[in-house]
Design a binder for this molecule. Sequence first.
Ligand code: GRF
Length: 203
Amino acid sequence: MIAIAILASGKGSNFQSIIDAISEGGCDAKIKVLISDRPYAKAIERAEKNRIPVELVLRKNFDTREQMDSHIYGILESYGVELVVLAGYMRIIKGKNLLKGYENRMINIHPALLPSFPGMNAQKQAFEYGAKVSGATVHFVDSNLDAGPIIMQEAVDISDCKDSEEVASRIIKIEHRIYPKVVDMFSKGRFRFNGRRAIYVRD
Ligand code: GRF
């Protein structure tokens, strides 16, 4: 069993998919804490409903992002977190001690096949670009936006989508399936690196 923290700013449907997979026995993890930077995030309701501790970390209470991330690092340490799972966390992690302290132990999910369409509104970017295929990517978090080594990807045909909402609804289904799977992989093994290639080794 791996001790994880979720960082979320919004709806928290990926957070929910991990809660559900844990309760169904498909993900061997314990969610120690939800950290959010938005007091009204729906993710907070989900945590409360499932008796998961919530830590609100508001940007306005810190002079710099470095200080904010340092505070988050302290929270993660105090809960004994082994893996940090970003799930719709809308801030770029800048703090050096957080990035270093959780190097190769912090993951994110992105609604496109990276390195295509990084950043905001990836589903809309893919639709407007005219891409025929898009998907979801789980990757390690490093100091660059949506650019850490890739852990898992799954593609979906979007050639017949009528708008970007339809693209988003196909991709989110993939996200909900693969994110808990990746968390479970961390509980049963680890990754080693060959350059940028993350290679999974089961314990
Ligand atoms: C997801 O599309 C995820 O890929 C992106 O932010 C969105 C979060 O959705 N990073 P939710 O809050 O998990 O519903």
